[in-house]
Write a protein that binds this ligand. Structure first.
Ligand SMILES: Nc1ncnc2c1ncn2[C@@H]1O[C@H](COP(=O)(O)OP(=O)(O)OP(=O)(O)O)[C@@H](O)[C@H]1O
Length: 285
C-alpha cells in the first residue's frame, strides 16, 4: 500500500508552530505535531478546541496564519488536491460521499490523483476516465475487500448503513495510496461493535504501511489505538504522550476527561453513543 522507500524512522508529518486565526478568534495557537511512519497518533480535546481546524491547516483547506507543515521533509502546497497527491488523505467529520454513485465508483473517484485523469473527468466519466478506470478497478476492489465492502460494490452510497458509509470514506481515502491518513471522528455515531471493527481496520491500515492521525471523542477507542496522543485545549497543545501518560494527567482530566477512562466493558448490543448530527451523505465531498 505504501511506497517501499518509507522506513521505520521516516517523519511523515511535521507541523511546526501552526496558528490559525479567524478575525479576533485564535482557533489554533502555535501547535507542533509530528507523525512518524508506522505510528497511529491521536488528537483529542473538548468541542471547539481547534482539532478540525488543525486538520484543515494540514490539508490545505486553510492557510495557517503562522507556521509550517511538511510531509516527508517537503513543505506542503496550500492546494488540497496537491496535498492529496503528495500523500496525505483524509476523511471528514460529516461524511462526504457521492450519494448517487455506487460504492465502487466512489472508490474509483478517490483514485483520480493516482491516474492521469483529473477529478472532473472522473466525475463526468469521460472516455479518458473510463480507460483509466479499467486499470484502477482491480485496486479499488482490493480496497473494498480490505474494508469489508466488496459485496456492496454496486450499491448506491446513499443506501449503505451509516457505519458502512464511514468505511467507504476510508476506502476512498486509501484509494489515493496515502502515506498518511487523517481520520476526523471515524467512529462518530457507531455502536461498540462497529467501533471495534473500525479499530481493527485502523490497525490494519497502519500495518500495511500508512501512518494515521486520528481525531476522536471516544476515549476508549483512542487510548486502545494510539501510540501517542496529543491534547488540544483552546487551540493549544496541552500535553502529548502515551495513552497512560495522557489519561493520568490531572490537567487533561480537569479540562477534558472529567474522570479516568474505565476499561472497555461495553457489550456488542449496546446502542450507539450518539447519533450523527445530520444525515450526512451529500452529493459532493
Ligand atoms: N471557518 C471558520 N470561521 C470562523 N471560526 C471558525 C471557523 N472554523 C472553525 N472556527 C472556530 O474555531 C474554533 C475551533 O473549531 P474546530 O471545529 O476546529 O474545533 P474542534 O476541536 O474540531 O471541535 P469539535 O470536537 O466540536 O469538532 C471554534 O471556536 C470554531 O467556532
Amino acid at each position: 500500500m505504501t511506497p517501499s522507500t518509507i522506513t521505520a524512522t521516516d517523519t511523515m508529518l511535521e507541523a511546526s508552530g501552526v496558528t490559525m486565526r479567524f478575525g479576533g478568534l485564535t482557533a489554533v495557537r502555535g501547535v507542533d505535531l509530528t507523525v512518524n511512519s508506522g505510528e497511529i497518533v491521536g488528537l483529542i480535546g473538548p468541542n471547539g478546541a481547534g482539532k478540525t481546524t488543525f486538520f484543515n491547516c494540514l490539508t490545505g483547506l486553510y492557510t495557517p496564519t503562522e507556521g509550517t507543515v511538511s510531509y516527508r521533509g517537503t513543505r506542503l502546497s496550500r492546494k488540497p488536491h496537491l496535498v492529496t497527491q503528495a500523500g496525505i488523505a483524509r476523511t471528514f467529520q460529516n461524511i462526504r460521499l457521492f450519494a448517487n454513485m455506487t460504492v465502487l465508483e466512489n472508490v474509483l473517484v478517490g483514485r483520480h490523483t493516482r491516474t492521469k485523469e483529473g477529478l472532473w473527468s472522473a466525475l463526468l466519466r469521460g472516455p479518458g476516465f473510463k480507460k483509466a478506470e479499467l486499470g484502477s478497478e482491480e485496486r479499488a476492489m482490493e480496497l473494498l475487500e480490505f474494508t469489508g465492502l466488496a459485496h456492496k460494490r454496486d450499491h448506491l452510497a446513499r443506501n449503505l448503513p451509516y457505519g458502512e458509509q464511514r468505511k467507504l470514506e476510508i476506502a476512498r481515502a486509501l484509494a489515493s495510496e496515502p502515506g498518511l491518513l487523517l481520520l476526523d471522528e471515524p467512529t462518530a455515531g457507531m455502536n461498540p461493535q462497529e467501533t471495534r471493527a473500525t479499530q481493527e481496520l485502523v490497525f490494519a491500515i497502519r500495518d500495511q504501511g500508512t501512518a494515521v492521525l486520528v481525531i476522536e471523542h471516544d476515549m476508549r477507542f483512542i487510548f486502545n489505538l494510539c501510540d501517542r496522543v496529543a491534547v488540544l485545549v483552546q487551540g493549544q497543545k496541552l500535553i502529548e504522550g502515551t495513552a497512560d501518560v495522557v489519561q493520568a494527567d490531572e490537567r487533561v482530566i480537569a479540562a477534558y476527561l472529567g474522570e479516568p477512562v474505565a476499561p472497555d466493558t461495553t457489550s456488542d448490543t449496546a446502542e450507539p453513543a450518539h447519533q450523527p448530527a445530520e444525515e450526512q451523505t451529500g452529493d459532493t465531498p
